[in-house]
Design a protein around this ligand. Structure first.
Ligand code: DP6
Length: 360
């Protein structure tokens, strides 16, 4: 039995070995844009996890007297000093929360299922995969029979706000919101019945795979002196309540209205900030027009959402897959870099393997 030097946390076991987790990226329907304090959101957000776009992270835990937590980090088979530095700073910063880190050193390898240039947020999937592995390992050391998802979400949030919403699925709610028991600290699976959305596809039309012209951190900070700040936070709250109601009632018309208006509001906020940013490109707008025309002319419940970039997430239920597939190939592909990622709503992270033994 070990008592760690830091928080006098009693460990029931002293394991060493490897834990591998897969955690998905997520995309918000109600956007988190603006934060305060230690990565706390200014408004509640609602997102779904993707099925095919994930990070797989393999963490080797070895007991060590070394002060440094991270021994090595490799991304897709290569040493990446930039990623390694960031991860090392993060791991040192969470030692208080995970006292076992004082007694272990870690070797980590990671890979993404999606290309680096696809515009899909890898910070969410990678922070969530890492924190799931860490919290899972801590649970085993303490002899617990479950992984504390709230803790995994809270720690993921410290790495990247939206990562808090990648530790479970399909939908996750983050931020204080009365009717759903949400919290600022960690994301929860909403208590409302949102299964309406479980059979939705998300085809990501890659308009541009270049670097983001504004980082998330910079983007969030633009909300600090934003002229529409208060209106936005009030609106997000209202949109969330309305969206949950529309989803519970399986009301496609209201669902589409709110989802599209949230996406455009995010981009409107960026256009109206100081300095101002336009992250949509001409082809982003062409795709939006195509989607709206197709919806109107064919009565198909297809709609779009956007991240903080030019690529378009096209959402539609399985029931309309054939007609939407054809429409997207014929009318949308020409506006992309000949690149459409076919994803759908997923179920959150997966433990891929755990190979642990009692430390010698
Ligand atoms: C537009 O979670 O990437 O995707 O907390 O600074 O890491 P940090 O920001 P991040 O912000 C995501 C913003 C968004 C909307 C959303 O995912 O809700």
């Amino acid at each position: 039995m070990t008592i760690s030097t830091n928080k006098k946390q009693v460990m029931a076991h002293q394991y060493e070995g490897r834990i591998t987790y897969q955690a998905p990226s997520n995309i918000a329907l109600i956007k988190y844009w603006g934060k305060h304090g230690k990565q706390l959101p200014c408004n509640p957000s609602l997102s779904f996890t993707l099925s095919e776009s994930y990070t797989q992270m393999c963490v080797d835990f070895k007991q060590s007297k070394d002060n440094k937590v991270l021994e090595s980090f490799e991304f897709e088979g290569k040493k990446r000093v930039d990623f390694e530095k960031k991860m090392s700073v993060f791991l040192e910063s969470i030692k208080e929360d995970l006292p076992f880190l004082n007694d272990y050193s870690l070797r980590i390898t990671s890979l993404n299922s999606f290309p680096h240039s696809s515009g899909i947020a890898s910070s969410a999937s990678s922070n969530a995969a890492l924190c799931m592995a860490l919290v899972d390992f801590e649970s085993r050391l303490l002899g617990k029979d479950h992984v504390d998802l709230k803790k995994a979400s809270r720690l993921s949030r410290l790495g990247s706000g939206s990562a808090s919403r990648s530790v479970s699925g399909p939908m996750m709610l983050w931020g204080d919101f009365e009717s759903q028991n949400g919290s600022d600290d960690y994301a929860v699976v909403p208590s409302a019945d949102l299964s309406f959305f479980n059979d939705f596809n998300d085809y990501i039309a890659i308009v541009s795979s270049g670097e983001k012209s504004v980082s998330s951190r910079k983007g969030h900070s633009l909300m600090e002196g934003h002229p529409f700040r208060d209106i936005r936070f009030k609106n997000a709250r209202k949109n969330l309540a309305d969206l949950i109601d529309a989803m519970e009632k399986k009301d496609y018309v209201r669902f589409i209205n709110i989802v599209e208006s949230e996406a455009l509001e995010l981009h409107g906020l960026m256009m109206n900030s100081n300095p101002s940013f336009i992250l949509m490109e001409p082809n982003t707008l062409s795709i939006i027009h195509e989607i709206r025309n197709f919806r109107k002319n064919n009565s198909v419940p297809i709609c779009f959402t956007l991240d903080a970039g030019p690529n378009v997430h096209i959402l539609f239920p399985d029931e309309y897959k054939d007609i939407c597939d054809k429409f997207i190939e014929d009318k949308i592909r020409p506006f992309t870099q000949n690149n459409i990622i076919k994803d759908r709503v997923g179920n959150g992270p997966k433990l891929i393997s755990s190979e642990l033994s009692i430390a010698p």
